[in-house]
Design a binder for this molecule. Structure first.
Ligand SMILES: Nc1nc2c(c(=O)[nH]1)N[C@H]1C(S)=C(S)[C@@H](COP(=O)(O)O)O[C@H]1N2
Ligand SMILES: [Mo]
Length: 523
């Protein structure tokens, strides 16, 4: 009986959630009772819990998170079934508590608060009704079995032809359980079909022809790639580009429905649709973006050729008012970044980007439009799926990560990385080729040096960068005899400022320290 009670709980909650997901598919593709709860977990991570912050803010293993959530929900559902069998409405109460958590989570994560309310409510209320109903059937079966056989006299009339005794209450329970599970299956299949919205938007994306840039990207200078095995490509292919965001499910935005609003402290509010954006004189530039969670030597950094409209031209149309010093950009999923207004209006090419390496933005990287700002970490600038730019003041507004333990301002720190040889590798004695990348966005790299076992710094060969806004490749051949070596790299920007040697963790404003590799040189 306990096992069947648990099954009743799982089927009831599963059906409620499947119908909730189905309803969410109609209301908004980015709305889901299940992922909202997961999102609330992400948002609730206390600042300062470094491991958590890094793993979630960095490369969160979303599959594991979703799987874990599924198991947790199933366990709670089973528990509510068992409890409900023992005590009427006790299991229902457990679901009610989770319904409230789900509601709060959904309200916290979407902007369509009014539309969103019915979805978690529906999921919770349906689960509660189904649980009560299934457990009542189970209870009837239980009491039916406890009773002695109803009428022994009847049995003697045809003992051989009667099928093994199945109390009708037992059959009714299984009919109810099976029927409900069937509803869950149908709803689940329908929900995932509707969630095929992502497939539809992918199709729209693949058919989209981006206009030619009015100002093409400056050509990649000859020799910008050192061509050393193990040093990655100068321009990162889209499929290899790092991805960081808080979205459990990639927001699916139909470019035909997309608009960008410029609001707040402006003389003139602006609303721009996608066709109007594509009709602007777009420019194409290479820009290397980086995540503040990138550890020294890490790979949360990439360089792409972005096509977009300069944000300064958009803001010039809106005319920010005196006193404004920040632009709070907001994504469809409610995520925000606070960017200094002057960085968006100075001569650097901060872009409202629509293209990445000659293609429309991939869905994961912000389709149909995002911000790309040379020189700032992504968390204060690179809003994907952007739909609003609110001109405001740092004194009045904060971006998503600032109250969660990260700095209000996020200029990228000058840094460098050794890509070959990899840390811990054995190499042959003789001439050992070292190579890697260095970056000081919007200032440019002046020189890169290596030192062996904390000896004197030796200047590496610095390849020309595409621009000051991109990373540079470098290489250096070092003659090494057999033994153990520790090799470090240091970059200096074009103003003569060297990268910081003291080690600092990624929080609150980006890691510092020299990337260090240990090499085992064999004869
Ligand atoms: N909507 C949205 N945009 C976002 C984020 C996010 O969580 N949500 N994360 C930012 C962070 S922290 C970084 S480092 C960059 C990463 O961009 P990418 O995934 O295209 O590499 O996106 C930024 N834009
Ligand atoms: Mo980031």
């Amino acid at each position: 009986m306990t096992a069947w009670a648990a099954a009743a709980g799982v089927v009831a909650v599963g059906t409620g959630l499947a119908l909730g997901e189905l309803a969410a598919g109609f209301v908004s593709p980015s709305l889901s009772p299940v992922t909202a709860v997961g999102g609330a977990v992400i948002d609730a991570v206390p600042p300062g819990v470094k491991d958590w912050a890094v793993s979630l803010f960095g490369t969160a293993d979303k599959i594991a998170l979703l799987g874990g959530m599924g198991l947790l929900i199933a366990a709670l559902a089973a528990l509510s079934g068992i409890v409900e069998l023992r005590r009427r409405l006790a299991g229902v109460a457990i679901i009610a508590v989770f319904g409230v958590v789900g509601l709060v989570a959904v309200l916290g994560r979407t902007e369509l608060t009014v539309n969103a309310i019915p979805v978690p409510l529906l999921a919770a209320v349906l689960s509660m009704i189904l649980l009560r109903w299934l457990v009542r059937r189970l209870g009837e079966w239980q009491t039916g079995e406890a009773r002695p056989p109803a009428d022994p006299g009847l049995e003697t009339t045809a003992p051989e032809t009667t099928a093994p005794r199945q109390p009708p209450s037992r059959r009714r329970f299984f009919q109810a359980l099976g029927g409900t599970a069937a509803v869950a299956a149908v709803a689940g299949v329908l929900a995932s079909t509707i969630r095929g919205a992502a497939a539809v938007v992918s199709e729209l994306r693949s058919k989209l022809a981006l206009p030619a840039p009015a100002s093409p990207a400056p050509p990649v200078p000859a020799g910008a790639e050192v061509r050393l095995d193990g040093v990655g490509p100068l321009v990162t292919p889209n499929k290899d580009f790092y991805r960081i965001d808080t979205a459990l499910r990639v927001p699916v935005v139909d470019p035909g429905q997309w608009t960008l609003k410029v609001t707040g402290l402006v003389e003139r509010e602006i609303s721009l649709d996608f066709a109007a954006l594509l009709a602007k004189p777009l420019i194409e530039r290479h820009v290397t973006i980086a995540c503040v969670s990138n550890e020294v030597g890490g790979d949360l950094i990439g360089n792409a050729r972005w096509l977009g409209w300069p944000v300064r031209e958009l803001l010039a149309l809106a005319r920010p008012k005196d006193g404004a010093d920040m632009v709070l950009s907001r994504s469809t999923d409610g995520w925000t970044a606070g960017t200094p207004l002057d960085v968006l209006t100075d001569d650097r090419d901060a872009l409202l980007a629509v293209g990445m390496n000659g293609e429309p933005l991939p869905l994961e990287h912000g389709f149909p439009a995002r911000l790309i700002v040379p020189g700032l970490y992504g968390y204060v600038s690179a809003t994907k799926w952007v739909t609003e730019l609110k001109v405001t003041r740092f004194a009045d507004d904060v971006g998503y990560w600032t109250p969660r333990g990260w700095s209000e301002r996020g200029p990228i720190k000058t840094s460098s990385r050794i890509d070959v040889p990899r840390d811990g590798r054995s190499v042959r004695a003789g001439t050992v080729a070292f190579g890697g990348v260095a970056w000081a966005q919007h200032t440019g790299i002046g020189r890169v040096e290596l030192r062996v076992n904390r000896g004197a710094w030796e200047q590496a060969e610095l390849a020309p960068g595409i621009s000051h806004d991109t990373w540079y490749q470098w290489k250096l051949d070092l003659p090494l005899t057999p033994g153990q070596y520790e090799v470090q790299v240091r970059a200096t920007d074009l103003n003569g400022a060297a990268q910081v040697e003291d080690r600092a963790p990624v929080a609150p404003s980006g890691a510092t320290g020299f990337h260090t590799v240990r090499v085992d040189v064999k004869s």
